[in-house]
Design a protein around this ligand. Structure first.
Ligand code: FPP
Length: 255
């Protein structure tokens, strides 16, 4: 398994949704926040907001090729989200099942490859079967690489990775002296993905909420006020364009 290499600072670009962004972010990760407030502002139950949020996912996935985004990772359900009411958790699980069943063909036809990250142990068997099915159905696709974080927590991921690594050491497959910054990521759920270049969080909260903790060490962050169901391709394009104009040095000094 190869560790993804970091990209050099991209050159500036001028973006419109029609433009191919050679200098934009290759991997964008999104914390899709604000569904509940969006629904409450309309006097509707929180699940109404989640349904609107799911529709927005499709539009943003479809925009990726136009924006030059090869990898899109979205935070759909965190290890902390189980603390929500039983009605909301059950509604979200049912929404994920429906989303996968309904979108399966469209995603496959659009050359999108879907992967899931997170701990599947606590998810119900019907949902995990659909997740496996969607991963298999899109495994041969080389278009947008969509990763859905479901029952995902960054600390939980590192703990699970460490457990697997410890088993390899115990079985003599790995030497403790060889454990370094290159070794650990091979045990993470994201082992086949490059690190995110840009992490976007909608809804005005400036927190990372346990999302991609290891992987986002050098990511750029954008915290925007827009609630997730209102997030558009135009705003996505603007953020990608802004990224293209940033000076990324990864801790080094640019001469
Ligand atoms: C956070 O908003 C959002 C979630 C916990 C769920 C995210 C789910 C979706 C966008 C829908 C479906 C996704 C897929 C992949 C089908 P919030 O409820 O915390 O909003 P609030 O902060 O306004 O309460």
């Amino acid at each position: 398994m190869s560790i993804p290499s970091r990209k050099d600072k991209p050159a500036a670009s001028s973006a419109t949704p029609e433009t191919y962004h050679v200098s934009g972010p290759r991997h964008v990760a999104i914390i899709m926040d604000g569904n509940g407030r969006w629904a409450q502002a309309r006097g509707r139950p929180r699940l109404f907001g989640h349904h609107a949020g799911a529709k927005r996912v499709r539009e943003i996935v479809e925009a990726c090729p136009r924006l030059g985004v090869q990898y899109l990772t979205i935070f759909a359900f965190s290890t902390e989200n189980w603390k929500r009411t039983q009605v909301e958790v059950a509604g979200l699980m049912s929404l994920f099942r429906r989303y996968i069943s309904r979108e399966m063909q469209a995603l496959a036809a659009k050359n999108v490859r879907v992967r899931f990250i997170g701990d599947r142990e606590r998810l119900d068997a019907k949902l995990t079967a659909l997740m496996d099915q969607l991963e298999r159905a899109t495994a041969g696709n080389d278009g947008t690489q969509l990763t859905i974080a479901l029952n995902y927590g960054g600390r939980d991921e590192v703990a699970r990775a460490t457990q697997r690594l410890a088993v390899d050491i115990a079985k003599g497959r790995l030497n403790p002296d060889d454990v370094d910054e290159e070794t650990l990521p091979r045990y993470l759920d994201t082992c086949v993905l490059p690190d995110p270049d840009l992490v976007i969080r909608t809804s005005g909260e400036a927190r990372i909420s346990n999302f991609l903790l290891w992987q986002s060490a050098y990511s750029e962050y954008e915290f925007i006020d827009t609630l997730w169901p209102d997030f558009t391709e135009q705003e996505f394009a603007r953020l990608c364009d802004k990224f293209g104009n940033r000076d990324r040095r990864f801790g080094a000094v640019k001469l």
